[in-house]
Ligand binder design. Structure first.
Ligand code: COA
Ligand code: ZN
Length: 317
């Protein structure tokens, strides 16, 4: 008897379309030491849309001095040439942020909390419970205005302050966000600790209580497990994944968090498995090149690095 194989299910079952949510201009850039000029950000976002990415989190209407890297959110949205069919979103922490986003003609917003109380306190200066009450009117008002709202749950697989996190903690917060009226919840491994085993345990617990088709998985590649975790997500039927071009980013409130899963590495893997994303991988590399010139370090995406040294090889998929 051969052991039960799981990998063929990834290519056989479920929908073949995968949606990649590009969060580089927000989650990526908020954790870069350097300040990227507004014009470069705009060029980067336009290049991402040109590559075929249909959902781009372009900036954040948080307190400007809390995240100075994104203090130019208004200017970014004002200067951006928006491509039809692309949804540009922004993170908002409160009603002030929502109104700034509306004034900037932002289509969709994201609100954010976490699975652990200490992380929420550090991030937005209130308890986890208070954050849910605080976001209720924001979500309601955004929905009334026809915006899609995504809810982020950070620290689902581990917290820089509290350590281990149970599946129950993240699931309970995601349930509450859906009750508030968000259309999608992004499940975040903020510090990149999840292994495929953790993701299996989490999704087994979650599938009984949450609509998996309304979940996105958001992995950071701190310990090299992000792509393996994506494979587990695919097997459970998850079809939305967050990533950052070049593997930009981290989180300033999560010490030690390194870059997100890179969009290029995700696309290469998805396309190799036969999934359709509608995104042109070679053009994502071009977008990463736009931002790379402004950074003080090499972009960590493995595909991006391979493409740079071996541009004559048949790399794109
Ligand atoms: N945009 C601009 N100004 C804002 C604002 C926003 N979204 N939210 C609040 N302010 C202003 C208030 O109007 C107030 O101004 P005033 O002093 O002139 O009256 C001042 O900031 C303080 O407001 P308060 O509600 O007390 O906020 P705070 O200082 O406790 O900050 C947050 C709370 C959440 C708004 C702030 O910490 C923040 O934006 N953090 C960023 C978190 C983040 O992006 N983390 C990374 C994502 S994982
Ligand atoms: Zn993140």
């Amino acid at each position: 008897m051969s052991p039960q194989r799981t990998i063929p299910q990834i290519t056989a079952g479920g929908a073949k379309q995968v949606s990649v949510v590009e969060v580089g201009p927000r989650d990526g850039l908020q954790n870069e030491r350097v300040r990227v000029p507004t014009a470069t950000k705009v060029k980067f976002i336009e290049a991402l849309a040109h590559a075929g990415l249909k959902r781009i989190e372009a900036s954040s209407f948080v307190l400007p001095h809390a995240i100075p890297q994104l203090a130019d959110a208004e200017a970014v949205f004002a200067q951006l040439h928006r491509q039809p069919g692309v949804r540009y979103s922004a993170l908002v922490p409160n009603r002030v942020g929502l109104h700034r986003a509306e004034a900037a003609n932002v289509q969709d917003i994201a609100v954010f909390t976490a699975a652990t109380d200490t992380f929420v306190r550090h991030n937005i200066h209130m308890t986890l419970e208070a954050s849910l009450a605080h976001f209720a009117p924001v979500v309601q008002e955004a929905n009334e205005r026809g915006m899609n709202v995504r809810g982020y749950v950070s620290t689902v697989f581990g917290c820089p302050y509290e350590g281990a996190v149970t599946p129950e903690q993240g699931i309970a917060v995601a349930e509450r966000l859906f009750e508030l009226g968000v259309q999608e919840v992004s499940i975040g491994d903020t510090i990149g600790v999840a292994t495929p085993g953790d993701v299996i345990r989490w999704l087994r617990a979650a599938e009984k209580r949450l609509p998996l088709d309304k979940l996105a998985l958001h992995f950071h590649d701190t310990r090299g497990t992000a792509l393996a975790n994506v494979l587990i997500g695919l097997e459970f039927g998850i079809r939305t994944f967050d990533a950052t071009a070049g593997g930009l980013g981290g989180c300033p409130f999560a010490p030690g968090a390194s870059g997100n899963l890179a969009t290029e590495d995700l696309l290469y893997t998805l396309h190799g498995l036969g999934y359709e994303t509608g995104v042109d991988l070679a053009k994502v590399v071009e977008a990463s090149q736009v931002i790379a010139a402004s950074l003080d370090h090499m972009l960590p995406s493995r595909y991006y690095q391979a493409a740079r040294v071996a541009s004559c090889l048949p790399l794109p998929r």
